[in-house]
Design a protein around this ligand. Structure first.
Ligand SMILES: CC(C)(COP(=O)(O)OP(=O)(O)OC[C@H]1O[C@@H](n2cnc3c(N)ncnc32)[C@H](O)[C@@H]1OP(=O)(O)O)[C@@H](O)C(=O)NCCC(=O)NCCS
Length: 188
């Protein structure tokens, strides 16, 4: 018997409650580059080249890949407020990160964007678990994931490694239902 693991498909557009995710394109290079070279926002991210051309090449390469989905998070007005990426599928677990919200994003955008990531990966792609790592110094973010139910499974000097399973994801989706009360609408 063969087992087919889920694929990390890209989606053109995902509509949540107040947020809309759009697949990142080369046209988003300036926005992404601005976020990722912002000293405050990028403190705990892997280094981004100061060269905008490198960001354009990265997005060009991204468009050819079939195992990751990189989204621009937009607000109700359609204005970009951040990014998030699903990548590194391992069996029925996906990794997510590259998660950034610009200053002034709505206060509920962090929770809603996390709920949209899980709704997409679980309900639409068929994943059942997630894994990710967070810099130890990025306490605000690992606390966020721990409140969601993620469990710390390993650490290095620099990073904590987390996993969250189907039941914990489901419980968090229920607990925070008011931030994403309805099924997401996905356009592939
Ligand atoms: C990662 C990131 C997008 C998370 O967004 P954030 O707004 O910092 O997330 P927060 O945990 O502060 O949550 C936002 C609000 O929701 C609240 N909230 C978060 N989780 C909650 C929960 N489980 N229950 C109730 N309220 C919650 C927070 O208290 C916060 O409210 P406040 O603004 O009154 O303090 C943002 O910190 C960021 O852009 N960081 C820089 C890039 C980065 O380091 N990314 C992570 C590496 S992948």
């Amino acid at each position: 018997m063969s087992m087919l693991w889920p694929n990390l498909r890209k989606a053109k557009r995902i509509k949540g409650k107040n947020l809309v995710f759009r697949d990142a394109t080369i046209e988003d290079a300036v926005f992404i580059h601005g976020l990722r070279t912002n000293e405050e926002k990028s403190r705990y991210l892997s280094k981004t080249s100061p060269d905008l051309e490198a960001q354009i090449r990265w997005l060009h390469n991204y468009a050819q890949t079939k195992d990751q989905a990189y989204f621009i998070i937009n607000d109700t007005f359609g204005d970009p407020i951040g990014t998030v990426r699903l990548y590194d599928p391992k069996e029925d677990s996906f990794c997510w990160g590259s998660w950034i919200l610009k200053d002034g994003a709505p206060q509920t955008a962090a929770i809603e964007s996390a709920l949209i990531v899980y709704a997409y990966a679980i309900d639409h792609l068929g994943f059942r678990r997630a894994h990710f790592d967070v810099r130890k110094e990025n306490e605000r973010v690992w606390r966020f994931h721990e409140r969601f139910g993620a469990q710390r499974v390993a650490e290095t000097d620099i990073d904590y490694y987390y996993e969250i399973g189907f039941d914990k994801i489901g419980a968090a989706r229920n607990r925070y239902k008011k931030f994403l009360p309805n099924p997401i609408e996905v356009e592939f």
